[in-house]
Design a protein around this ligand. Structure first.
Ligand code: NAI
Length: 473
């Protein structure tokens, strides 16, 4: 008997959430297609987000290390210089290689790739529009994973050249002399680091009173101090009120958060390029959700229940297009859980143990609660801290900067939050994530044997510090 639908599941969007869900659904025996409008698979994360920015961050960090710090550790190399076209070409190659890899994974797992833009024509059908025309596709279930786009400020509209989003800030063909960055979130800080290392004079305007609202405040302040030492200028509790261009160039006007536009409190900052990095918003563009009965909330995010099901029973949604942190790994977890639940399995996402990382130098990574959150919630906790200046491996690496901070419940000793500013924090945080996922206490971490000399010893020492019994400090 002919099947009622073309596919068991059609996934819309091939970012980390969508493509991971597609592979998992195929593993579970579903006939799966993934519709993606961009010719390259991988979504924002791979094409214009995490991967290109991390390539730029890794390389520029190597550059400044060689230029500024090699001589003090005995490596002689003169005239260290950055070749921007080579850097950009390699970044593009990394992206292309990984995108080709996803295409290969689709083939291997028999996921049908459909290039085009999906629009719902009903709860069980979409129309896919591409350069080759239009076709109608039916599926028993749909999973929406269309991600997010940068938020535009009304008084600083993107022009893609001088007023740019992260999409363009990863691909500038020359180093701007002066760059103004609006927003000291993850994107603002990472891309400020890249262009400052390459020689731009970077000034960051942030509406909040520290970098990274939502991070542990002690860590945010340490991050600010470190980035100031690296040459980045910050203005907090400040917002851009407008922009003007005259024959002397582009100028961003800014003022204290509550000042009126045009008031005497306004200051001007000259800029060659203005990066607006004030957050991202859910992207449902051409989906025509109304035709399928899918509803959104006041912020345009698709409304879902605990099983990722939208207001239309057979349409599911995950990742940046639904509520929660806009992170590739959160989308991946949700994609896997959503299709496992569709297949009658026990898919689950532990939202308390999703790590957050800012890839500055040093990196900041954290998982669980901040000190401010615990205080607000009235939770009694103990704090253990250990500085990388006392970690032998960090010293050997000439990277002895930063701190590990562990927050543990005062009565049960269960680890409630771990915050790391230091070398390779993005990797170190994995130990904390596993510990918290397993419900570990700080004593559990403290009594676990850690290799010596190694960076994770700093986590163990911070766990010992919760009970006031550090060895190396
Ligand atoms: P964000 O929400 O992390 O930070 C935006 C910043 O802009 C905030 O500090 C906010 O207070 C500030 N802001 C908002 N309006 C402003 C205004 N008018 N003037 C001045 N400052 C203003 O957003 P971001 O950095 O754009 O990143 C978007 C999303 O992408 C986030 O969810 C982020 O977590 C994610 N992302 C994650 C990365 C990572 O995990 N390493 C890297 C890049 C992005």
């Amino acid at each position: 008997m002919a099947k009622a639908f073309d596919f068991d599941l059609v996934i819309i969007g091939a970012g980390p959430g969508g493509y991971t869900a597609a592979i998992r659904a195929a593993q579970l025996g579903m006939k799966v297609a993934c519709v993606e409008k961009d010719p390259k698979l991988g979504g924002t994360c791979l094409r214009v987000g995490c991967i290109p920015s991390k390539t730029l961050l890794e390389t520029t960090e190597k550059f400044v290390t060689a230029r500024d710090r090699f001589s003090r550790i005995g490596i002689k190399c003169d005239n260290v210089a950055m070749d921007l076209p080579v850097l950009m070409a390699r970044k593009d190659k990394v992206v292309d290689t990984l995108a080709t890899g996803i295409a290969g994974l689709f083939k291997k797992n028999k996921v049908e790739r459909i290039v085009g833009t999906a629009t719902f024509t009903g709860a069980k059908t979409i129309k896919v529009t591409s350069v080759t025309g239009e076709k109608s596709i039916s599926a028993e279930k749909f999973l929406i994973a269309t991600g997010s786009v940068p938020i535009e400020l009304p008084n600083l509209k993107f022009d893609g050249k001088k007023i740019i989003s992260s999409d363009q800030a990863i691909a500038l063909d020359r180093v701007p002399e002066k760059m103004v960055v609006i927003g000291a979130g993850a994107i603002g800080l990472e891309l400020s680091s890249v262009w400052s290392r390459l020689g731009a004079k970077v000034t960051v305007l942030e509406i909040y009173r520290t970098t990274l609202p939502g991070a542990d405040e002690e860590m945010s302040k340490l991050m600010e101090k470190t980035l100031r030492e690296q040459g980045i200028t910050f203005h907090f509790v400040s917002q851009a009120t407008g922009i003007k261009e005259d024959k002397t160039g582009l100028k961003v006007r800014f003022a204290a958060k509550d000042a009126k536009p045009g008031s005497a409190a306004e200051t001007e900052l000259p800029a060659d390029v203005v990066l607006v990095a004030v957050g991202r918003k859910a992207y449902t563009g051409e989906l025509n959700l109304a035709a399928a009965g899918v509803q959104t909330d006041s912020r345009g995010r698709i409304t879902i229940n605990h099983a990722f099901q939208t207001t239309a029973a057979d349409i599911f949604a995950i990742g940046d297009v639904v509520a929660g942190p806009m992170l590739a790994h959160k989308a991946e977890e949700e994609g896997v859980a959503a299709v496992e639940l569709m297949a009658g399995k026990a898919g689950h996402v532990d939202y308390n143990t999703i790590p957050l990382v800012v890839y500055t130098a040093p990196e900041l990574a954290w998982v669980g609660k901040t000190q401010e959150e615990l205080t607000t919630q009235g939770v009694k906790f103990r704090v253990g801290k250990f500085r990388f200046t006392a970690n032998a491996r960090a010293m050997c690496m000439d990277e002895a900067h930063g701190v590990v901070k562990i927050l543990a419940d005062e009565y049960s000793d269960r680890v409630l939050g771990v915050h790391i500013l230091g070398p390779q924090a993005s990797s170190l945080i994995a130990e904390a994530v596993i510990a918290m996922a397993m419900g570990a206490s700080s004593e559990d971490i403290a009594r676990t044997c850690h290799a010596h000399p190694s960076l994770p010893e700093a986590i163990r020492e911070a766990a010992l510090a919760v009970d006031g019994r550090m060895i190396n400090s």
